[in-house]
Ligand binder design. Structure first.
Ligand code: CA
Length: 339
């Protein structure tokens, strides 16, 4: 045990000397990283401060924030650029929808966004919850938090609970925001800097699906960790190129900008739970791999125990961490594994 601790200390010393740190929280060095997806969203409406507090109490290593901007350009924590799947916007502001029938956060001031009630995710057409075993869709009083409010809560609990739980903000739809005349990355990075997140030593990983935006984030001078989110097996590395396969060569291109990738689960393990070569290719290029999203209340075909996915993704496929709606299940799996 002492030897293991010494080795970890040694890794931290060497990493500090090299100007890098292991990609997990220092207190969890060498362990798998459990990322609370939209907070403890399996139990409390996603991205509410209540869901954040619960994820913190569960002992997740990182807590995720999806970030969009209000009309007055305040970063708020919300998964979509439109409001109707998780709020009562259609009732409170019925005439504010656009021609496509959607209510966009960027059309509402922060004060207006704060007047909305947040609820469990529903299909806006039917009003029915997507997952009926979760928090009842039509009950509870919750608000959209600003990014700052959420960082204050996490840092406050890190202090009072003597923890070092990290943040994992995602820049949402940078092109949409640019079309609205605003640079979301620039605004979010300023908030992160204000709260002490600007280097690879800080417990913050910024994620984005948009490859050109990740490069832009580096041009803006951000030196912290970046994760490139991947929804499919192929991508364009620039606007004019043809889509390329993800393999060791393209992973090395990604590694020039990003520290890791965030692939969909099915890119890491197939429907029969057989690992693909994605994690190995990423690791050869020095990238960490944090797939999304394990939901223990959503069974895949043939699933007997969805919590087995933690073993499939983290042990069998060898990913470094995983996003999950049930961070307690991830932490429990990790604790039972290390006993
Ligand atoms: Ca996200």
């Amino acid at each position: 045990m002492l030897l293991i601790k010494r080795n970890r200390d040694l890794i931290l010393v060497i990493s500090a000397f090299l100007g890098t740190t292991p990609l997990q929280n220092p207190v969890h060095a060498g362990e798998k990283t459990i990322i609370a997806h939209r907070g403890a969203s399996g139990y409390v409406p996603e991205h509410t401060l209540e869901a954040v507090a619960m994820a913190h109490a569960f002992g997740a290593d990182f807590i995720e924030q999806d970030v969009v901007l209000s009309k007055d350009h305040v970063p708020v924590v919300l998964h979509d650029i439109d409001l109707e799947p998780v709020t009562d916007v259609a009732t409170k502001f019925p005439i504010r929808k656009r021609a496509d029938g959607k209510y966009y956060a960027i059309d509402f001031t922060l004060a207006e966004l704060k007047s909305l009630n947040v609820h469990e995710r529903v299909d806006p057409k039917s009003g029915n919850a997507f997952l009926t075993n979760r928090f009842p869709a039509k009950s509870g009083q919750f608000q959209i938090p600003t990014l700052e409010e959420e960082l204050q809560l996490i840092q406050g609990m890190n202090h009072s609970r003597q923890k070092s739980i990290g943040i994992y903000p995602e820049i949402k739809s940078p092109g949409f925001h640019r079309n609205a005349g605003v640079d979301i990355s620039k605004i979010v990075l300023e908030v992160l800097k204000k709260y002490g997140y600007s280097t690879k030593q800080d417990l913050c990983i910024v994620q984005c699906f948009d490859w050109s935006e990740l490069k832009q984030i580096r041009k803006l001078g951000y030196q912290g960790r970046l994760v490139f989110l991947m929804g499919g097996r192929r991508m364009k590395l620039d606007e004019t190129s043809e889509p390329v396969d993800f393999n060791e060569t393209t992973m090395r291109e990604i590694a020039k900008v990003a520290d890791g990738i965030g692939p969909a689960l099915q890119l890491v393990a197939d429907q029969k739970y057989k690992p693909t070569n994605l994690v190995a290719d990423a690791h050869k290029a020095g990238l960490i791999v944090h797939p999304y999203t394990i939901r223990t209340d959503m069974k895949r075909p043939g699933d007997t125990n969805p919590a087995n996915m933690f073993k499939v993704i983290l042990d069998d496929a060898g990913a470094d961490g995983v996003f999950t709606d049930q961070p307690d299940a991830g932490v429990n799996w990790k604790n039972s594994r290390t006993k």
